[in-house]
Design a protein around this ligand. Structure first.
Ligand code: F6P
Length: 324
């Protein structure tokens, strides 16, 4: 292994830059040449590839987003697109890849590896924390803290007006952000895609709170909940309770994806970035570098994509118990 390339792909996540920095500096430390690829698989296809030096990654450990930019590439899903990408990598003499991203990124990496056998190690970068093979993904802790800050602020106004707020957080297929920010923010109810929360149950627990003179209630909804988005859920609830409850909705959206990464994310990202480089040097391929029980582990891409990481029932039970 002499020359490696690094790219970020899919939804950006705070801490991706810290990971890029660790890959670049880790590679240089070990005597490798390192290239950056801009805009994920799109840059691989168009040949937007450039050499990186130690100073290319100065002053980025604290920055959100990704200096390499990101994209969700449609063209890479085609064999023709992947062939173009491979030809460009060969042109630059690249013999190993580090992919920072989530499910979609690793699905692409898995297909690419099966076609061209170019060793690739992934670093889990997604705010969703929905990847098997790591306890936490890069960006999750920062996103939870951003959501929590917003929930705390909404609680102030909810409390002043005796209102019920439905707050939608990100998580297309996963309720990790909802559960953690819900617990941290003292939510009355948390709705996640992993478990069905019937609207009847939501209504009865909100009415219950109202009878007990709760001055405010917060329902945190993961965007992928099967009852729909927070706006739809709130409409359905309003139809059932009338003006007994004063209901408002806030969708936090992409604010959760930006901002300076937390200390936890910076350290996790640095550790995973270095583990990816050292993994490649030690013959790892087609795997993701994760951290489980505080140890670095390498998990085949296929498992990170196919296997699920369920939310512990205890956490949802806790939301219910602590909101009485
Ligand atoms: O996968 C990360 C994520 O932020 C999801 O939580 C969300 O559903 C999705 O990306 C949004 O994607 P986009 O930025 O392409 O709208």
């Amino acid at each position: 292994m002499k020359q490696i390339a690094i790219y970020t792909s899919g939804g950006d996540a705070p801490g991706m830059n810290a990971c890029i920095r660790a890959v670049v500096r880790g590679a240089i430390y070990h005597g490798l040449k390192v290239y950056g690829i801009r805009r994920g698989y799109n840059g691989m296809i168009s040949g937007d590839i450039f050499e990186m030096t130690s100073s290319s990654v100065s002053n980025i450990v604290q920055r959100g987003g990704t200096i390499l930019k990101s994209a969700r590439s449609k063209e890479f899903m085609t064999p023709e697109g992947r062939k173009k990408a491979y030809d460009n990598l060969v042109k630059f003499g690249i013999d190993g890849l580090v992919a920072i991203g989530g499910n979609g990124t690793f699905t692409g990496a898995e297909v690419f590896y099966n076609e061209y056998q170019l060793p690739t190690v992934g670093c889990p970068g997604t705010i969703d924390n929905d990847l098997y093979g790591t306890d936490y993904t890069i960006g999750f802790d920062s996103a939870v803290n951003t959501s929590l800050e917003a929930i705390d602020k909404i609680r102030d106004t909810a409390d002043s007006h005796d209102r019920v707020f439905f707050i939608e957080v990100m998580g297309r297929d996963s309720g990790y952000i909802a559960v953690q920010s819900g617990i941290g923010g003292g939510a009355e109810i948390v709705m996640v895609p992993e478990t069905h929360t019937p609207l009847k149950k939501v209504v009865s627990s909100l009415k219950d709170g109202w009878r007990r003179s709760k001055s405010s209630s917060i329902v945190v909804v993961a965007e992928g909940d099967e009852e729909g988005h927070a706006t739809e859920i709130a409409e359905k609830i309003k139809a059932q309770v009338g003006d007994k409850l004063d209901i408002r909705v806030t969708t936090l959206g992409h604010v959760q994806r930006g901002g300076s990464p937390t200390a936890y994310d910076r350290i996790l990202a640095s550790r995973m970035g270095l583990a990816a480089v050292e993994g490649l040097m030690n013959g790892q391929k087609n795997v993701m570098a994760g951290v489980v029980n505080n140890e670095v582990v390498y998990t085949p891409f296929i498992d990170t994509i196919k296997k699920t990481k369920p939310i512990h029932d205890d956490l949802l039970r806790m939301v219910h118990i602590l909101s009485i």
